[in-house]
Design a protein. Structure first.
Length: 278
């Protein structure tokens, strides 16, 4: 007799609760293994959406170029100064713009309910994050190629090494900005909050990366902090190309660290991605 009132209760709840209510609480919704077709489909969807947003495309592709042009003519009377800092900023500008655009775009997916609907499909968090990284990475290639070509061939940036190595570091910096943007979007409740993360995530790296003064000349504590910030190695990699004709071991180390940080942050972004904004 006591078993009868107990059994109907879960059956009744399961039948009455719609799928859209149970899915958000299910921890294992969607596959956990990265799938190439799902990832590319996500990337194609993001690119289709961006195609109808010319302002975002202009922000990602044109702003770094405009900033480089402005910087070149700010130091019009001292071209050597532009040579010294132009290569470093060639990596910093793409990182900053990709961080802003990616964090806001991902947050918009969550607040609009698109992310909720996508994750109710056979689409895992890793597929979603990888798809976003692939889509914004394609734009990062265009952005980095335009900025590098503009700086070297039109603005006269004098580099000792190969411009292709500059392009490689600029591309990795843009991918790192994409990864950081995807990661911090999980902790923002609005687009305004996403922008507020920039002083916390980007500005300290900008001050400690060695752009304004050599990192070895900083206070030992700040130098130690700069040693664990990925932007420091992005600037170091650019400076290696600026000063050496061949690819150095230090350059390879810097590139691997920036790439490794981007992959690590993408993994953290997939782990912390939330369906909804509280």
């Amino acid at each position: 007799m006591s078993a009868n009132p107990v059994q109907p209760s879960p059956v009744h709840l399961d039948a009455a609760t719609p799928a859209t209510t149970t899915n958000p609480s299910a921890p294992t919704t969607g596959p956990s293994v990265l799938n190439a077709s799902r990832t590319t489909a996500t990337a194609a969807r993001v690119l289709r959406q961006l195609r109808h947003d010319p302002r975002t495309i202009a922000l990602m592709i044109l702003i770094p170029c405009l900033m480089l042009v402005l910087l070149r003519y700010v130091f019009d009377a001292s071209p050597r100064t532009f040579d010294n800092i132009g290569a470093s900023l060639l990596g910093v500008f793409p990182l900053v713009t990709m961080f802003l655009v990616t964090s806001i775009a991902t947050l918009r997916e969550r607040t609009s309910g698109t992310l909720e609907r996508l994750l109710s499909l056979p689409l895992g968090k890793a597929d979603l994050i990888a798809g976003y990284a692939l889509a914004f990475g394609a734009l990062a290639v265009v952005q980095s190629a335009l900025a590098t070509g503009l700086a070297v061939w039109l603005l006269g940036l004098d580099v000792t090494g190969s411009p292709w190595l500059l392009l490689l570091v600029a591309l990795l910096d843009a991918l790192l900005g994409t990864a950081l943007g995807l990661f911090v979007s999980a902790f923002a409740a609005s687009e305004f909050q996403a922008v507020q993360f920039m002083p916390a995530v980007i500005f300290p790296q900008l001050l400690l990366c060695g752009l304004f003064t050599p990192r070895s000349a900083m206070h030992p504590v700040l130098e130690g902090v700069s040693d664990v910030l990925p932007m420091s190695y992005a600037v170091d990699g650019m400076n290696e190309v600026l000063r050496h004709t061949d690819m150095t071991a230090t350059f390879v180390r810097d590139v691997l660290i920036v790439a490794g940080c981007a992959l690590l942050v993408l993994g953290l972004g997939a782990a912390t991605l939330r369906r909804r904004t509280a």
